[in-house]
Ligand binder design. Structure first.
Ligand SMILES: NC(=O)c1ccc[n+]([C@@H]2O[C@H](COP(=O)([O-])OP(=O)(O)OC[C@H]3O[C@@H](n4cnc5c(N)ncnc54)[C@H](O)[C@@H]3O)[C@@H](O)[C@H]2O)c1
Length: 250
């Protein structure tokens, strides 16, 4: 139904989990991808794997700590130097922050807010000039159901993801006339490496609160992100796309 032919994307946290699924879907749909992550061995291996399968250079990996402005500038430049332009940014890298209000320390607060929220802002700040040079683009920022509703735990995480929800809307308002669309994605519980360690009790609670009664496969979230990145979503900006098996419907 839609294609990413001609798109050049940066996917942060693209070596595993949701970011890995986005990279895979984007390559299948015709995009070139620059993966940015802090896991350099895995990133280099992933790029090599995609390029071998494709029989040409479709993916490059660059070290990117999303909290570092200089590294953001370098990766935006890489998209242009390796693939000629930058049309698409998926701000996906994130870390959890699962403590409640009193148990959260200043260190854990800063850790989650810096990666999840500051990293998303820095990404837009440093990639938008290249998207402007490309004549427009699409940004997908990764929030969560936790950016929409309270969970009773995860104070820094909910704050970061709620911030991403609002930041997305203000960026959409600022850049619409420059043909840069900005949307947020709000996954429910997804079967990724980070969720291997959650307690059985929490998992049961989350699944009980999910009408579809299961975790998402990362590919199910990737379908939605690829759509937002494509021209099929040309009239969508400032939207919060919820892909949560119905969790926030009840
Ligand atoms: N898995 C879920 O259930 C779920 C639900 C809602 C939202 N999300 C969000 O989706 C995104 C991806 O989640 P996931 O489950 O795939 O996580 P994950 O932990 O499996 O993968 C996260 C990736 O981000 C990278 N990363 C971490 N810190 C980084 C930094 N400072 N700079 C660059 N890269 C960094 C990691 O190396 C890793 O490759 C996150 O933002 C997460 O909050 C996940």
């Amino acid at each position: 139904m839609f294609t990413l032919d001609g798109k050049v994307a940066i996917v942060t946290g693209g070596t595993q989990g949701l970011g890995g699924a986005y990279t895979s879907a984007f390559v299948k749909l015709g995009a070139m991808v620059v993966i940015g992550d802090v896991r350099d061995d895995e990133g280099a291996e992933a790029a090599e794997r995609y390029n071998t399968l494709a029989g040409g250079k479709r993916v490059v990996y660059r070290h990117l700590d999303v909290t570092d402005a200089a590294q953001w500038q370098r990766i935006a430049d890489t998209a242009e130097s390796e693939f000629g332009k930058l049309t698409t940014l998926v701000n996906n890298a994130g870390v959890p922050g699962r403590d409640g209000i009193e148990a959260t320390t200043e260190t854990s607060w800063a850790g989650t807010i810096n990666v999840d929220l500051k990293g998303t802002w820095l990404g837009m700040k440093h990639c938008i000039p290249a998207m402007r040079r490309a004549g427009g683009g699409s940004i997908v920022n990764t929030s969560s159901t936790s950016g929409l509703v309270g969970t009773g735990r995860g104070a820094p995480y909910c704050s970061a993801k709620g911030g991403i929800h609002a930041l997305t809307k203000t960026a959409a308002a600022q850049y619409g006339l420059e043909k840069i669309r900005v949307n947020s994605i709000h996954p429910g519980l997804v079967d990724t490496p980070r969720n291997k360690n959650i307690s059985d009790e929490w998992r049961k609670e989350m699944l009980r609160d999910t009408p579809l009664g299961r975790m998402a496969d990362p590919a199910e979230i990737a379908n939605a992100v690829a759509f937002l990145a494509s021209d099929a979503a040309s009239f969508m900006t400032g939207s919060a796309m919820i892909v949560d098996g119905g969790m926030t419907a009840i």
